[in-house]
Each structure stands twice: as C-alpha cells, then as structure tokens.
Design a protein around this ligand. Sequence first.
Ligand code: SIN
Length: 320
Amino acid sequence: MASAPACTVILGTGGTIAGRAAAPREALRYAAAQIGVAELVAAVPALAGVELEAEQVAQVDSKDMGPPVWTALVQAVVRHLARAEVSGLVVTHGTDTLEETALLLHRLLAPAKPVVLTAAMRPATSLQADGPANLCDAVTVARTPGARGVVAVMAGTVFRPEGLRKHHTWKLDAFAAGDEGALGQVVDGQLRQHRAWPDARPLGAHLLPPAGAPWPRVEIVTSHAGADGRLVDLLCADGVDGIVLAGTGNGTLSQGLEQAEQRAQQAGVAVWRASRCAAGGIVGLEPGGLASAGSAAALSPAQARVALTLTLLEQRARVP
Ligand code: SIN
C-alpha cells in the first residue's frame, strides 16, 4: 500500500522572519529579508526529523511585494502542490502585505492541500524572535490531516484569508480575523480547529499574465474630511484600470469623491468600495446606491484591490 505523502515544502519570500538586526535587543530597527529560508529552517531544533524541503522563491521586504514575486510564488506553489509526495506547503512572508498574498493564492488556487503563510514581527536575531515558533506552528498546520486551502498562522492563531488584516504595527499578535473569527489555534503542537477550512472556486493560475506582462493597474483612494475627488480624476486621466475607494464608516464617500466615482465609472474605470474601518465590511447596501459601485464585503481596501485586480484579469481573459 502506498504510504501517505509526508513532505512539507517551505517557500521563502523574505520579510522580518528572515530579518537581521545589529544587536539582539534591536526589535524594531533591522533589515528584513536577509537570511535564507534553508538557514531559518535549520535554526529550529523542533523541525529536525520532520521531512521538509526549503526553496527560496524571493528575498524581499513585503512592502515591495507585487506581480513579479507573486508570479514566481504562484508558479512555485502550483509546481509543488502537483507533487504526489508533498502533503502541504508553508510560505514565509513579510507581515506587511501577507493578507494580500494570502487572498491572491486563495482566490487563484483554493488548493486541496494546505498552503500556510507565516511571518514574524521580530527579526530572526531578536531576543524576542517569534519566527521559529510561527514556523513550527505553520508546519504543524500544513501537516494536519484533512488540512486544505490557503491559511495564515501568526502567534498561535490560524486565520482564513478572506478578511484577514494586519491590525497592529509592532505587537507579536499583529493580525485580526475580522467578524468571522479565526479558524483555530495551535496549542502544544496541535491544531484546535473552530471553523472550516477556507473554500472557493479557484480562478486558476492561468489567469495571471505571463512573467513581465502588465497586470491591471488598480489604485486605492481613501475618503477623508475634505476629500474632493481630484485624485480619482487624475488617476483616470493617467489610464488606471480600477480604483478601490476606501470609504468612511459603512463605505460612504464625501460628496466630491462620490461625484468623481461616477465620472470614473462613466469613463469605464472599474470602481469598488471598501471601508477604511478595521472591521465590519460594508453592509445593507441600497439598490442603486453603494451596490452599484460593487461591494467588497469585509475585505480590507488592500484585499479589495487584489480581488478587483483578479476580476479585471478574468474580464481580460474573456475578451477574445
Ligand atoms: C515585511 O513585511 O517584509 C516587513 C515587516 C514584517 O515582516 O513584519
């Protein structure tokens, strides 16, 4: 009888988890993306004896994440998921745009095997380094029987991708799940699961443009006191393909921004609204009102931007 697949592949992309500071007490001043993923894995004694492979896909501070690294990452994830001997993947990432990459992978692939993103809020050289424990927890989740889909693991909590947000600038427990709550916790090396694995209709990796080809250009504009909408007009004049408007409260916009939104839509620019509030999404849309702008549910503006980009790529794929 064939044995169950047992190999976990760890894909490194950089971030603070791979960061180095000048001294062990330096927790916040450091350079991200310095240490290779194989070295990170080798430095965790608890992972000795676990069947692992490490591959460096990129080495970036995730503030600079974007189409080139996303394309390479999606290709690597697809390649390893197709291997029968691989039961799941872990992706080490920076915290700053982790929620965007998680949503991108989830919407594109919705894989039957687990793809677990993890990160750290302290560099690997810090006395408070949280990377080793996060990496161990991520491997635990990736090797949990029945695990599937794209999730993220930080500070012992397992998050589903939709609605995930980095909500704190320096605490180790820096992520929030939104109103739907976390999938579970890793306690004592075991997953305690409270909610279902994430599911979606995968759009497919074929949707991504070939390496080097342009992605739709989608920008985020925030509504605020005195927002007059000129930024939206400038973006339209500059040929933007889509705009996410990060509205106040339940997705409302200043009058100036609302008028600019209408001009943008008339000019053929795709406009979605999200909320600049940290939780709750946009609820109770009036027919012909906010809904006409397209709702981005409980997605943060950054996640809504990823979702709109994918929608525009789907539209592009339908044009013969
Ligand atoms: C990054 O996002 O790459 C830097 C910050 C972090 O990982 O916490």
